[in-house]
Design a binder for this molecule. Sequence first.
Ligand SMILES: Nc1ncnc2c1ncn2[C@@H]1O[C@H](COP(=O)(O)OP(=O)(O)O)[C@@H](O)[C@H]1O
Ligand SMILES: [Mg+2]
Length: 278
Amino acid sequence: MAGSSPELPIVVLDALMPTAQRLVVNRRGSMVWEVESHRGHYAVKVGYPIEATADWPAQPWTALAPAREGAVLHRLGFDDFAYGEWERGTWNFQPWHEGPDLYQVWEPCRRRDPPIEPHAAVALGCVEALAELHAKGWAHGDVQPAHFIIGPDRTHLIDLALAHGRHVPEGYDFPFRGCLVHYEAPEIARSVLATGVAESTQEADIYALGATLLISATGWRAVEYPDDAPRALQRRAVAEGKRRHVKAPGALGELIDAMLSHAPEDRPTIYEVGKALS
Ligand SMILES: Nc1ncnc2c1ncn2[C@@H]1O[C@H](COP(=O)(O)OP(=O)(O)O)[C@@H](O)[C@H]1O
Ligand SMILES: [Mg+2]
């Protein structure tokens, strides 16, 4: 995309015939657009490969991510979406979910000193969204504050590109290489360090949800490492479980600690988390 301003692929324009469009993000091989059309209001995701740089190897799989997510949406039984290919990679569109994300919603709580206890109802909405996925036999793989959209009627868990559970067409599949290190469970970090890939699990989702709730409620990451540390060093700190001594206020604090348990089998299931919150 260097030099020119990004445009929606022709196939997507043909499919949706937008009446209005806005580029939401363009980073790391992925563009997201908000599109209005006579068909409805959609998020359009467009993937392209990341070329190699001096300090970054090429990442061809970012081109496949939107189609992989489309295949997951299909497997999950959603209907108002589509996906396909364009010259540089793949694309999908899916319903646009209006609303702030979890990090935005809890900002007023964490800006107080000390932070005040956030509403359990919002946390419960996030838990319900993840529970729905787990009940269908899937792990999300990329749970983070920006992926929970707190809508007026319900909370949506977005970005299913890294979800694992049932079969995904081989042509669009790629191995799980971990997620944002802040939310990565120790066993995932350890596996990525050792082999470059990992197995995405529901237990790792629980850890990621704990880290997500913690940072949203307090502004602090679960694990201690410098902001500018190289990613491998951050992963080592996570793998070693260098837990920062910070606790979310109220009952949430204990629950998050349990979710951040080092051993996956010590973490509560999503149903237990839901029960504890309600
Ligand atoms: N269905 C959706 N509804 C509303 N906003 C969305 C939707 N999908 C993506 N977004 C917005 O685009 C951002 C990036 O989308 P995401 O699915 O996380 O893709 P990626 O991580 O590959 O860039 C999200 O954080 C959110 O702001
Ligand atoms: Mg994302």
